[in-house]
Design a protein around this ligand. Structure first.
Ligand code: HEM
Length: 180
């Protein structure tokens, strides 16, 4: 995974627990590079999972909740640093529909070594979107946080139901119904 993701995870932890605690927690995790991540580096996703687990053990907050919070954090980061990807996207559904065919395509051009998930979308009605997320990485809660953050960004609220997709172990369906 891109170093940016690790740098931001460490930033979120520093924001939540303070720098000293982060140093102590990371010291105890068996990381290949001793926890010194740079934005230009590339690190295995398994290291990200180890870090999340360590902060979960330290704080008592479940790894699922931490991943979801991190999804919100990354959405804020992308909003601040990649404004061009949001141009012309006036609601959450148009943003979510653009991730696979536009946004992540451009991300891949910028960072050819990025490991990206696959999204399929199906607009069942104006306020009803089926979003199927597929990834071999265990980041479904992170994805859920990103989806929630997309809605918040446009001041929308929705009921999000998550279900497995039969016959596809790496896929999860997000069934999203806007409230208003
Ligand atoms: C709007 C600007 C966006 C940018 C610049 C962006 C960029 C990126 C980057 C750089 C990665 C990491 C790839 C790697 O580490 O190798 C990533 C991963 C990911 N992105 Fe995006 N993304 C954006 C929007 C979204 C949105 C709206 C979603 C909504 C669901 C999303 C879902 C994900 C997920 C779930 C991953 C983790 C990889 C995986 O699940 O396999 N992204 N994205």
């Amino acid at each position: 995974m891109k170093g940016t993701i690790f740098v931001e995870l460490v930033s979120m932890a520093e924001d939540a627990f303070g720098e000293d605690v982060v140093d102590l927690v990371l010291d105890k995790v068996d990381l290949k590079n001793d926890g010194a991540f740079t934005t230009v580096g590339n690190y295995p996703c398994s290291e990200l999972i180890k870090i999340v687990m360590a902060f979960s053990e330290h704080s008592g907050i479940s790894a699922e909740v931490l991943q979801r919070k991190f999804g919100h954090w990354m959405m804020d980061h992308f909003t601040e640093n990649y404004a061009e990807f949001f141009t012309g996207k006036h609601d959450s559904f148009s943003l979510l529909e653009a991730v696979d065919g536009e946004i992540h395509v451009d991300v891949k051009k910028l960072y050819p070594d990025a490991e990206l998930p696959v999204f399929e979308t199906d607009r069942l009605a104006d306020k009803h979107l089926k979003l199927t997320y597929s990834s071999p990485r265990p980041l479904v809660e992170f994805c859920h946080g990103m989806v929630e953050a997309c809605l918040e960004r446009y001041k929308e609220t929705a009921a999000i139901e998550r279900c497995p997709v039969s016959g596809r172990t790496n896929a999860t369906l997000f069934d999203i119904r806007l409230n208003q």
